[in-house]
Design a protein around this ligand. Structure first.
Ligand SMILES: NC(=O)c1ccc[n+]([C@@H]2O[C@H](COP(=O)([O-])OP(=O)(O)OC[C@H]3O[C@@H](n4cnc5c(N)ncnc54)[C@H](OP(=O)(O)O)[C@@H]3O)[C@@H](O)[C@H]2O)c1
Length: 262
């Protein structure tokens, strides 16, 4: 199912910084009109200016997507303003690096709200239009969804939920003309690693890629109809090595964490 984004309307959530801002600019450069949203107006304005150099009709919205009850109204507004969303990129998300023994239920639920329930709400709100337009849904998940990294139980569970949702969604939508994609970034150099209220990253020995490294793989994924991609690609081999014996893989992770903490 080859798909070109040129001439399409693409909504990218969480596009005020990092991967979302890079993808939005990449879509605009590829000929799409882009809608971007996040909470920080100043950062969105800067990202929008870069998109409008290539796609002058692009627009922005400031919105807090953790306000789940506001999402249906937001979706309606964006769909109307863009004249229909063809591609929904659910990218907005937050990290949570915290040891399981120090997690409060409210923290776990707040991570789930922005990383899982908000993309689900936005998808369901836009789905009738996406079906009408034969659209695409791109969910920015994480390598964490597949590997169970240390001190990221809340985060990896929210991303695993998004990945599992995406798998079933693809199957359910198979005869509608809508295709679904999962993107698993590895370590990409963004503000996600600097946000307050998070422990230090344990796996600090992986070289972070620049955000630009995300753009062509996602454009290719849409063009080729590939369900799941990893950036960098070698993470796919790590995941492939895990599944035959998850217990052995987790024992290896425990040994790695012990070696890091001396
Ligand atoms: N960087 C990596 O190595 C990596 C690895 C795996 C997965 N990911 C995933 O990639 C996605 C993008 O992250 P990033 O690395 O590019 O980090 P980032 O620069 O911190 O980007 C996160 C984006 O989400 C937005 N956002 C957060 N909470 C929001 C809310 N309540 N409402 C609306 N927007 C919200 C942020 O904008 P505002 O703060 O302006 O609202 C920002 O635009 C996330 O889903 C993340 O989990 C990243």
């Amino acid at each position: 199912m080859s798909y070109a984004v040129a001439g399409k309307n693409v909504l990218v959530t969480g596009a005020s910084s990092g991967i979302g801002a890079a993808l939005a600019e990449g879509f605009a450069r590829a000929g799409a009109t882009v809608g971007i949203c996040a909470r920080r107006r100043d950062r969105l304005e800067a990202a929008l200016a870069r998109c409008q150099e290539h796609a002058p009709e692009s627009q922005m919205w400031t919105v807090d997507l953790s306000d789940l009850d506001g999402i249906a109204g937001f979706a309606k507004e964006v769909d109307g303003a863009l004249g229909g969303v063809d591609v929904l990129v659910n990218n907005a998300g937050i990290p949570k690096r915290r040891h399981a023994t120090e997690l409060e239920p409210a923290v776990v639920e707040s991570v789930m709200a922005i990383n899982y329930f908000s993309p689900v709400r936005l998808t369901l709100a836009l789905l009738p239009g996406l079906i009408e337009r034969g659209g695409r849904i791109v969910n920015i998940s994480s390598i964490a969804a597949r590997l169970g990294p240390p001190r990221e139980a809340a985060y990896s569970a929210s991303k695993a939920a998004l990945t599992a949702w995406s798998e079933s969604l693809k199957v359910d939508l198979a005869d509608t003309g809508v295709d679904v994609h999962v993107v698993n970034p590895g370590v990409i150099d963004t503000e996600l690693f600097e946000l307050p209220d998070n422990d230090k990253l344990i796996a600090d020995d992986v070289d972070a890629l620049p955000v630009e490294a995300m753009v062509q793989p996602v454009l290719d994924q849409l063009a080729n109809g590939t369900f799941e991609i990893f950036v960098p690609e070698w993470f796919a081999d790590i995941v492939g090595g895990k599944f035959p014996d998850t217990g052995a893989f987790l024992d290896g992770t425990i040994a790695y964490v012990r070696s890091k903490s001396g």
